[in-house]
Design a protein around this ligand. Sequence first.
Ligand SMILES: Cc1ncc(COP(=O)(O)O)c(C=O)c1O
Length: 352
Amino acid sequence: MSLPIRPAVQASPDYPFSAITAPVKLDQNESFADFPDELKAIALQRLHTLPWHRYTDLHAEALCDAVARHEDWASSGTVVTTGSNVLISLLVQLAGMGARVLTVKPNFALYGLDAQLLGASLTEVPLRPDFSTDVDALIAALGEAPGRGVVFVPRPHAPTGSLCELDELERLAQACRDGWLLVIDEAYHHFTEHDARALARRHPHVVLLRTFSKAWGLAGLRLGYALAGDDVARQLRKLVPPFGVSVLQTVCALVALENPGYLRQRIALTLSERARVFEALRSHPQWEVIPSQANFLLVRTPDAEQAHAALLAQGVLVRRQDRLHGLEGCLRVTVGTVAENDAFLRAAGLSP
Ligand SMILES: Cc1ncc(COP(=O)(O)O)c(C=O)c1O
């Protein structure tokens, strides 16, 4: 007997992740610090007073309002879901099914996986050798048939940390005008200077993706959101499961948005630690470190398997990226606390 599973799903690989535990965990680009204790206490207290037997808002309207205020965006154009990874799938459903998904490579695995699972035709345009986004090649690829679908550009790029210039993205947005949704994945935007909101305001077919999983220190909460034009947001909401954001998620995110002060200090520490680890890695006799605008650094080693194992043997977990296009020998290390970064540098044979 064969199971009634679509061939595209059967042919799709599992999400490329295996859980490993280690004392120093620098493999998932999480925040180096937990959600502040005092904010956890406020959230728990508020949760206690709320009814749990009632459904939450249909589309997390109260949370959308708070996110929109924080982002200086229209609430009508804000769509909150349980993680921005959900939105990647929904955006492929919205504009890519029966059409195309266009992105760069190497890339965040979900763009390609969702394209495959949902039966969209996938085109991946290689980054240039310096890891910059080749916007001319992306624009050229838009012309292939069928000339419609969704384009994903992570900014900063994951997993290299490079940054596509905003005027380059403007060119891409203009080229996407007929038939393409341009999604700029800003999961790591807190760690760079300029974001793409002004660009998205100018173009109703441009969508920004953001998450509570990185700078906010709430990866375990599972919340992300799209900032879009009203028309795209209205259509996207039809695909979002009703009542999907729980009372726990809503309350914790509202408390975070009411108290965003803790972000500034954490982002500043991430940036200064990123610079310190980068400088230290530059003196490594065999490794090459790539400049990054995110909360991680990509490092090219002569042998990723060996380097990964050697770090892990000393209690430091980083992520192998060497199976991705153009990233032979590469490892990705999250910027952690000062002590974690010191442990990483020591394990790499460097003095912190
Ligand atoms: C580029 C990029 N986009 C999206 C996500 C997914 O974030 P979320 O935790 O909101 O699903 C990640 C997570 O690592 C990411 O690296």
